[in-house]
Design a protein around this ligand. Structure first.
Ligand SMILES: [Zn+2]
Length: 291
């Protein structure tokens, strides 16, 4: 699933392309994506609105539109936004840029949602498993949405201080990995980066959050910013499905330390990286140097 770094990269690279563009139409074949309003209403309402701004909030993409509307896109498990030109051939959308990653990488061919722009380009959602969520709502009502209202502090918010992390962790007996991934506590971190952060901080993912000592918390706090910034600077993780808006892969997957490296050697101590079940997810860690 795209996490904070991937959503940040998507938003930052879309901004110069789509700002001030008018939406001239929409196409989708998975009506289930559209949670608010009804898919029929959505089609009517979004037409002719102009894109005023685009921001990231946790893992949500917020596209601010004219008439005080906001388009919320959550890419969920396998969704990613792409930008370019496509043509419909025999019921399938084919990228017009035939030599590009948009055309060549199969992961970019699950096209189920398109916004057509005035400049003749398209903003497209490729989503293999079709879990993405799209909402069109007024700005006032956006912050009343449960998923927005209940979001915890953003992991890269300047107000996310060491004291704030201590406060979040202090009250929780649950494993620290779970706390890191809990969007109502800290927004933006998911399965990949929680594992990477905990390896960096030398903390076992199963440790009860409130058992972490002051110096461990300090390491954790520093690791959160370090890993997320590193992931942004290396253009995100494309280990399975996520891609950049031009369809190409990010590089963080190549330099990751633990995620999906079970059976391989720890880069720090040489022990074998383990995979454990963690609720309905998996966690990867080094049993020797993560205490
Ligand atoms: Zn190790």
């Amino acid at each position: 699933m795209p996490e904070l770094p991937e959503v940040e990269i998507t938003v930052n690279s879309l901004k110069p392309k789509i700002l001030n563009q008018k939406i001239t139409g929409v196409w989708f074949d998975v009506p289930n994506f559209i949670k608010i309003p009804s898919p029929k209403e959505f089609e009517k309402e979004i037409k002719n609105l102009e894109i005023k701004d685009i921001k990231r909030l946790g893992k949500n993409i917020l596209i601010f539109l004219s008439q005080n509307k906001v388009l919320l896109i959550h890419q969920k498990l396998t969704g990613h936004l792409l930008y370019g030109k496509w043509q419909k051939k025999k019921n399938r959308w084919i990228s017009s840029e035939t030599t590009s990653f948009l055309a060549k990488d199969p992961q970019n061919r699950f096209i189920h949602f398109i916004l057509f722009l005035k400049n003749k380009k398209m903003l497209v959602l490729s989503d293999q498993r079709k879990f993405a969520k799209i909402i069109l709502i007024s700005k006032e009502k956006l912050f009343q949405l449960k998923e927005i209202k209940e979001l915890g502090i953003d992991a890269l918010d300047p107000n996310f201080t060491f004291e704030k992390l201590k406060e979040i962790v202090k009250k929780a007996k649950t494993p620290i990995k779970k706390i890191l991934m809990d969007q109502t506590k800290i927004a933006g971190i998911g399965n990949i980066y929680s594992d990477e952060i905990l390896w960096e901080a030398k903390i076992n993912p199963k440790r009860p959050a409130n058992s972490l000592k002051e110096n461990e918390l300090k390491n954790l706090y520093q690791a959160i910013e370090k890993i997320l910034r590193k992931a942004i600077n290396t253009q995100g993780s494309s280990i399975i499905d996520w891609r950049k808006i031009n369809g190409s892969k990010g590089d963080y997957g190549e330099i990751r330390k633990v995620y999906r490296r079970e059976g391989k050697k720890c880069f720090r101590c040489g022990s074998i990286i383990k995979k454990i079940k963690f609720g309905n997810r998996s966690s990867y860690y080094c049993p020797k140097c993560q205490k």
